[in-house]
Ligand binder design. Structure first.
Ligand code: SAM
Length: 294
């Protein structure tokens, strides 16, 4: 089989199929065997495992995953890549290609159809950078029934996604990630190992979905209402940013923050995940004694 990570092989494929990488689809193809091996290693793929890959491109990670896993389902949006993938992966009988937008894909449906009693499920991908956050948020909010997600993404995005709320880079996505899983940045990757070369460096992150959750708020819905309201207007004080959330008045918010032991003059970006959870619980208590709605 051709070395799909070799830049000359990628150039040849592009010439043969008249394919030009689309910047708008975040197409930067990986050309470093060492990085591929590490991603597969961090994903910890076993012989019984089901792997879901997002954005297989020309199949470089797909082939490496299929060498280890029981079965790989790869979801690729760009229709032009499907014949290339079919040719490049023709020797494998444990790969299914799906030509679809991952944001519109029923990932749990795929998992239900393909997993066996012995499978762990690992989601992997060198993600298209323009939709990193929406992909991760979708998988978390859909409660993807997987054990872990191992993704390559833009370095700055990795830092934000894995930031502890309260750290300078945190945002709504960091709070959501901490709510659902335990995140780790596992590797840095230079921009030099992609064709075409992007303008940014990358990192590999691993999100473990099976570990103990950092917090257990009374209402998940209220937790995310606080996150959305607080980080949606992150420059405002909590008293102002949370007012109007779910129909709460300023007085309600004052009571909520007092009950949670949080100074109303603080901003959402200074909160750690436990404080967000306490605010959400206090909001549920106030909700139970008032007419506000979520
Ligand atoms: N896995 C390949 C590699 O490492 O060389 C390609 C990675 S490239 C950074 C991202 C891939 O995601 C491209 O193949 C692109 O066409 C695909 N893609 C972009 N948007 C997508 C979407 N919404 N759903 C599924 N795949 C998408």
């Amino acid at each position: 089989m051709e070395k799909l990570y070799s830049p000359s092989v990628i150039m040849n494929i592009q010439r043969r199929y008249g394919f030009r990488a689309a910047k708008s689809l975040g197409q930067n193809f990986l050309t470093d065997k060492n990085t591929i091996d590490h991603i597969i290693e961090y994903a910890d793929i076993g012989e019984n495992d089901l792997v879901i890959e997002i954005g297989p491109g020309m199949g470089v990670l797909t082939a490496a995953a299929a060498d280890k896993a029981a079965f790989v389902v790869a979801v690729e949006l760009d229709q032009r890549l499907i014949p290339i993938l079919e040719d490049n992966l023709t020797h494998y009988n444990n790969i299914q290609l799906i030509n679809a937008d991952i944001l519109k894909t029923d990932v749990n449906g795929i998992i239900k159809a393909r997993r066996t009693d012995h499978s762990s499920v690992k989601i992997i991908g060198n993600l298209p950078y323009y939709i990193t956050n929406p992909i991760i948020m979708k998988l978390l909010e859909d409660k993807a029934d997987a054990d872990s997600m191992t993704f390559m993404l833009q370095k700055e995005a990795a830092v934000r996604i894995c930031a502890e709320p309260g750290a300078p880079d945190c945002g709504a996505v960091s709070a959501a990630v901490r709510f659902y899983c335990v995140p780790h940045i596992v590797m840095s990757v230079s921009r030099e190992v992609f064709v075409p070369r992007p303008n940014v460096d990358s990192s590999v992150i691993r999100l473990d979905l099976t570990g103990e959750k950092a917090v257990a708020p009374l209402s998940e819905k209220m937790f995310f209402a606080v996150v959305r309201a607080g980080f949606g207007q992150r420059r405002k004080t909590l008293l102002n940013s949370l007012t109007g959330m779910s129909g709460f008045s300023k007085d309600d918010v004052g009571r909520i923050l007092t009950a949670a032991g949080v100074n109303p003059a603080r901003r959402a970006e200074t909160l750690n995940i436990h404080e967000i959870s306490e605010i959400a619980d206090a909001a549920v208590d106030v909700l139970n004694t008032s007419t506000a709605n979520i």
